[in-house]
Design a protein around this ligand. Structure first.
Ligand code: GUN
Ligand code: ZN
Length: 406
């Protein structure tokens, strides 16, 4: 599966050659009968990238029936408190990352918890498993249970220590895990903490990840707490809106907010399954046409680990929205090829990774070999990306390669 023109990908027969951690050659043409991996009947595709996931929340997938703020209080905060034990954090991270690898996710941007040692355990687990990752200690100094709060200066010093241990990778294929700056969301952060987070991220060139405008209750709360008309201004004034920022959700943004994000080069991470699960609202993908976007599972508000199914939810969300806008041309709906691009090259770009997410010489060899069974095209008819995406089955995954290692 090769990058096409613009935000799309295409399928082509051919051979991918890997040497060490990188792809060294891509030859379009006949598929040889004998190959080290793959061969006739297989598809080679870049590993999937999840741009927004919470490692400690895999244990609360499926706690349905509450809105965001009550769900955080009743389910998420108790689960995250268990990471006070770094041994548990390490074991949980390992099991969780293995689960993601099992459905082809080879790279991700993840939230850990407020515990610095737990975040370090997660970084180490990711490094040991060989995935590509940004992982951040969750920063909170207000409006959360007392055992989850720390003074701003302590949190900033702890995250600085994690960045020193796991600095931004600068596209070295074997230096793949980096600490991200991760204020949870404005309500749980003082202005001082947000400002410090902005300074830290800019000083070190780290990814910033946080949540933005996910629910209307949250937006009202932020307006009260920070006395602002625009939620995004809270982050902007803290220096947190840059080309290295990924804002989860962004459902209740207006056109002016979208311009601010676009001018900064900041991405919104659309999380369609989570938005549906928490009844938060619907992001309208067409509002963001041409801007940097990302796509995330947002486990555990999201309930789908496999990125092709998150991509499918993105297409379903867009189709359902069109019911309310029947005058919209059908061509404005995102295509399956765009959705595949988003969970590979598109998410890599949003996470500022320039050497993964696509099959071309020089790219890191984070690759999947799929054997799609029961899909038309594998026995002669034209195989197309829509059949692969809408018919996705985890059992198709035959090989996961990380930096050239199976
Ligand atoms: N907003 C603040 N924290 C969270 C979280 O853990 N999940 C989601 N979906 N939204 C949040
Ligand atoms: Zn989230």
């Amino acid at each position: 599966m090769l990058p096409g023109v613009g935000q799309t990908v295409r399928l082509s027969p051919g051979v991918v050659e890997v040497e060490g951690p990188r792809i060294v050659a891509v030859t379009e043409g006949d598929i040889p009968d004998r190959a080290d991996l793959g061969g006739p009947g297989c598809v080679i595709c870049p590993g999937f990238i999840d741009a927004h996931v919470h490692l400690p929340q895999f244990s609360v997938i499926g706690r349905h029936g509450l809105g965001l703020l009550d769900w955080l209080k009743h389910h998420v905060f108790p689960a995250e408190l268990t990471w006070a034990d770094p041994v548990r954090a390490q074991a949980h991270s390992r099991a969780t990352i293995q689960r993601m690898l099992g459905v082809g996710t080879t790279g991700f941007a993840a939230y850990a918890t407020v515990h610095a040692e737990g975040a370090l355990a997660a970084l180490r687990a990711a490094e040991a498993l060989g995935v590509r990752a940004w992982i951040g200690q969750v920063l909170m100094d207000q409006n959360a249970p007392e055992p989850m709060l720390r003074p701003a200066d302590q949190l900033l010093a702890e995250t600085a220590g994690l960045i020193e241990a796991y600095p931004p990778s600068r596209d070295e294929p074997l230096n793949r895990v980096s600490a991200a700056v991760t204020p949870r969301f404005a309500p749980t952060c003082s202005a001082e903490l947000l400002r410090g987070a902005g300074e830290l991220a800019q000083a070190h060139g780290c990814l910033v990840q946080t949540h933005l405008s996910e629910t209307q209750d949250e937006c009202r709360w932020v307006a009260e707490l920070f006395d602002v008309d625009r939620y995004l201004d809270v982050y902007r004034e803290a220096g947190l809106v840059t080309g290295m920022s990924v804002f989860g959700h962004g459902i209740y943004l207006d056109a002016a907010d979208r311009v601010t994000l676009d001018q900064a080069g900041a991405a919104v991470a659309h999380c369609p399954t989570a938005n549906r699960f928490l009844m938060s609202g619907r992001l309208d993908w067409t509002d963001f046409a041409g801007q940097p976007m990302a796509l995330g599972s947002d486990i555990g508000a999201g309930y789908e680990v496999a990125m092709p199914r998150v991509a499918r939810a993105m297409l379903e969300n867009a189709s359902e929205l069109r019911i309310n806008h029947p005058q919209r041309p059908l061509e404005t709906l995102p295509s399956a090829a765009h959705a595949w691009w988003q969970i590979t090259a598109g998410n890599a770009a949003a996470l500022c990774w320039t050497d993964c997410g696509a099959i071309s010489p020089g790219m890191g060899a984070d690759l999947l070999v799929l054997r799609p069974i029961g899909v038309s095209g594998m026995n002669g008819d034209q195989l197309d990306l829509a059949s692969l995406l809408w018919g996705w089955d985890d059992r198709w995954l035959e090989v996961v390669m990380l930096a050239g290692q199976v």
